[in-house]
Write a new protein. Sequence first.
Length: 260
Amino acid sequence: MTALSRFPRFFVTSPSPCPYLPGRQERKIFTELSGDHAGELNDALSRIGFRRSQSVAYRPSCAGCTACASVRVLTSGFEPNATQRKLLKRYSDLEVTACKPWATGEQYELLKRYLDSRHPGGGMAAMDESDYADMVEQSPVSSYVIEYREPPVDGQRGRLVGACITDQQGDGLSMIYSFFVTDDETRSGMGNYIIMDHILRARAAGLPYVYLGYWVKGSARMAYKTRYRPIEVLGPTGWSLLVDEDAVGAMPNAMAAALA
């Protein structure tokens, strides 16, 4: 295969309503991940802000707006704060397994409950079991479903309380999509625990980063991503540490700038 034939072709989607900033339109640039070099291409694109969805790598390419920024946690410097340490201790009983990317009915039922609770009417709300199987299994790169289960009871397998579709890249773990129980007060904070588990898991494997996807300054839905420090944000000049004033800037100013 020649270098020319391996060079990816990029496409741009039609504008659609932005899910994060009211009144804005989002647009994405994307390319297909396929063939023997899919993993290498995915790694390279991740370093410049792309995310994977099934066999496609994409990133925002919105006219007049750069509010979405890729973020990644530096695993070597992460030190959980007091609240995070309590959460790690609370969930130390969970059994964590890196499963092959094969969808199960149990995973799908957990996903449906999660979507109904957290994202009713969202873009994934109508996903059926076949759609979920495609999301998990149509991966041309090294990918896993990380399962989080309660301990066995009377010899029976423990309840599935969380899961994350995760890519293993050359320089880290990329959290593609996580979902978990939301109706059990004894398991509150599962989403935060899953992120910390990935950070500690990546560090133990000698991987420097955990990619958390996109962060939008001023978006309450995205604020949780800045709780894990040190964290880098991708800007026009490359990756740089996100400092506190970047994360806690006044929401009206951030929104006004994005909507200008």
